[in-house]
Design a binder for this molecule. Structure first.
Ligand code: AHM
Ligand code: MG
Length: 326
């Protein structure tokens, strides 16, 4: 039976370094196992809340912990990574062997959506390891040094979206054969959009430029933007970004007074949420900014650093930046 080009075959055709192919194969294996656990729903034993908190003081779901362990074991088995860092682990996690990459990941993003059967995802970023025995400092590389980035969305279909710096491509899990199959090549985010995604319940806490930008979108045809805008918010970054990569739009999680009061620079994490999404969107012709500058140019200060995120259609991201400059 002819099923198409598998993820591994496609990476090889693109001339990807063999160790990176093995690492991506490990990520693919992890996500197949996670997809299976999620698909079991209430019939499996992975749903529900664990008795623990992660490094950021957030309650962990059982599936957060299980997914983290799956990522660790498949990355270790690939022999291609020198170490890992994850949303679910306070410190870096060294791996045995002489792997040349660092894998930084959020094993299960949007986990508040698991129990209500809404799409969730995994997000990952691959960096070159400067040494065989990497220290925390070795991980603190700007997003523009990423050698690969991707996410897997566990939705009606399980889909991996991946870039190795040669465009952004989409692979759909064929459950019958257990392989990710190339399903869309060279995604392109439409340059212009009339659809935004933001959690509007935080509106009163936003900075002035964000208040003004959204107010002008909401004013529609009669307002300064002279057109009507539509709104979406899934509260699952992977699912929201997947929509934007598919049909355009802008995704925003701004800094606000509530986050600043907790000494957070934003809600989303730079190294394993903002940076990989920024690379994917830029490789698809879109843009990714904090509102004040390109996300991938930020020099990380610590592993779990948080930043404001504005990403998607290029013209609209530029529009938001213009509100911040004014
Ligand atoms: P998580 O890593 O704890 O799951 O948090 C990240 C998620 C994103 O997927 C999503 O965009 C955002 O948090 C939703 O936040 P909110 O519940 O404030 O709307
Ligand atoms: Mg997350």
């Amino acid at each position: 039976m002819q099923t198409g080009t598998t993820l591994t075959q496609d990476l090889r055709v693109r001339g990807t370094d063999e160790a990176l192919v093995r690492l991506m194969d490990g990520v693919a294996t992890a996500s197949k196992v996670i997809a299976d656990g999620i698909a079991q729903g209430d019939l499996g034993d992975a749903l529900g809340t664990a008795e623990t908190e992660n490094v950021q003081g957030e309650t962990q779901k059982k599936l957060d912990i299980v997914s983290n362990e799956i990522f660790i074991s498949t990355a270790q088995a690939s022999g291609a990574a020198a170490g890992l860092a994850s949303e679910e682990m306070e410190d870096i996690y060294p791996l045995v062997g002489d792997g040349e990459y660092l894998l930084v990941f959020d094993p299960l993003d949007g986990s508040s959506n698991i129990d209500v059967n809404v799409s969730v995802g995994s997000i990952f970023s691959v960096l070159k390891s400067p040494s065989n025995n990497p220290t925390t400092e070795d991980y603190l590389q700007a997003g523009n040094t990423q050698v690969a980035a991707g996410y897997v969305v566990y939705g009606p279909a399980t889909v991996m979206v991946l870039t190795t710096g040669q465009g952004t491509h989409c692979y759909t899990l064929d459950r019958a054969v257990g392989e990710f199959i190339l399903s869309k090549e060279s995604l392109q985010v439409p340059q212009r959009t009339s659809e935004f995604a933001i959690n509007a319940s935080n509106q009163r806490h936003w900075e002035e430029p964000m208040q003004a930008y959204i107010a002008d979108c909401l004013a529609g045809k009669e307002g300064p933007r002279e057109r009507d805008f539509n709104m979406r918010w899934i509260a699952s970054m992977v699912a929201d970004v997947h929509r934007i990569l598919t049909r355009g739009g802008i995704f925003i999680y701004p800094i606000d007074a509530k986050l600043s009061a907790k000494n957070q620079g934003g809600k989303l994490r730079l190294m394993y949420e903002a940076n990989p999404m920024a690379m994917l969107v830029e490789q698809a012709g879109g843009a990714a900014s904090t509102g004040r500058g390109r996300i991938v140019d930020i020099a990380p200060e610590h592993l779990h650093q948080r930043v404001p995120v504005v990403l998607g259609s290029r013209d609209e991201v530029a529009e938001v930046e213009a509100y911040y400059r004014r």
